[in-house]
Design a protein around this ligand. Sequence first.
Ligand SMILES: [Fe+2]
Ligand SMILES: [Fe+2]
Length: 178
Amino acid sequence: MPPKSTAASTAGQPPPAELAIPALLDLILDTHHVFARDVLLRVRECAEAIPPADLQRDERLPKVQEAVEALSDEMLSHMHREEAMLFPVLRRIAGSSDVDSVDMEIITPPIECMQREHGFIDELLAYLGQLTDGFQSPEWAGPVHRELLDELAAFAADTTEHVRKENEILFPKALSLA
Ligand SMILES: [Fe+2]
Ligand SMILES: [Fe+2]
């Protein structure tokens, strides 16, 4: 199976920075969250299916398997927290005509929590990049091993843009509503 490329194209749409909060939330959910769930499922399947011969040949690969599990667990629970808690509150506040300091007190701690989690996800991706020489397949790697690294590289690239939209566009927009 060819590696996933990246989240759905947004060609033809206004730049994310020009979108209102509800449209920006829809964009993040419909592209990055859908893509991340899809690619992480495949990454986990590939990590669990690396042949024993490959695992013995590169002693870093069992650490890659552990880090993939940690990354997947962290990213899935992070996205769940955004979808179930923070994003609905941001949608409600964005649609309100009188946002006040109480609303800001409600959203500031979860936004700071999501920013810390973005940092942790970034650290796990950097660690995986170190363990895999920048997600490069060695010439002896079999197809599943190669697919794992290709999918991880695609996930890393998409997560960079996903986190940028949240940290640099969505959260500052939300915090400036009051
Ligand atoms: Fe997100
Ligand atoms: Fe996030």
